[in-house]
Design a protein around this ligand. Structure first.
Ligand SMILES: [Zn+2]
Length: 182
């Protein structure tokens, strides 16, 4: 099953309209089209992978929720320092690659990251932006924003671990679209 790639077709170029108050019964809510969410069995997935979890659209507006699974669920997870430093790197470098990225957040299980985008124009565009952000991460000598003014736990970082896991992920770049083992 090739979930990541097959969902790439839903994506269209778009822009975003913001509403100040969110009301479940509002016109916007009624007009939202939810595509997904698509679920996976964590016992049968094959990390690393990048997949579209859910998309919401209204007219030409498209929000996409992504999973970037880094380690194999229930087998291996990142250390807090690794996840934290990679979060900082992706949060900075991915945003430098594309304005479509709204947020990058670590999964609580420390096996991957949630990424939210607006107007990302296709699976390959997202994968390529991630690829470039990880390439930058492999070259870092210090973690961006790892100081007590800009980070909530500045002592828990490892530039070396972030660079190493970024290189590991890039080594599997050709398989990111494969969510499950084939
Ligand atoms: Zn931090």
């Amino acid at each position: 099953m090739n979930q990541g790639g097959s969902h790439g077709g839903y994506i269209e170029p778009t822009c975003f309209a913001y509403v100040e108050t969110y009301d479940g019964g509002s016109k916007l809510e009624q007009s939202l089209r939810t595509i997904g969410p698509t679920e996976v069995d964590h016992r049968t997935v094959s990390a690393p992978y990048l997949r579209i979890v859910e998309q919401r659209a209204e007219g030409t507006v498209l929000l996409t929720q992504w999973d970037f699974r880094v380690t194999q669920p229930n087998v291996k997870r990142m250390s807090t320092a690794t996840a934290h430093s990679l979060e900082h790197c992706l949060g900075i470098f991915l945003r430098e690659e594309t304005q479509s990225v709204l947020n990058v957040g670590p999964m609580g299980c420390l096996t991957g990251f949630y990424i939210t985008t607006i107007g990302m124009d296709g699976y390959d565009s997202m994968a390529n932006a991630l690829d470039r952000a990880l390439r930058v991460t492999t070259t870092i000598e210090s973690v961006p924003l790892a100081n007590d003014r800009q980070c909530g736990w500045a002592g828990d970082h490892s530039a070396e671990a972030a660079a190493r896991i970024a290189a590991d992920l890039l080594a599997f770049r050709a398989e990111w679209h494969q969510v499950t083992a084939e």
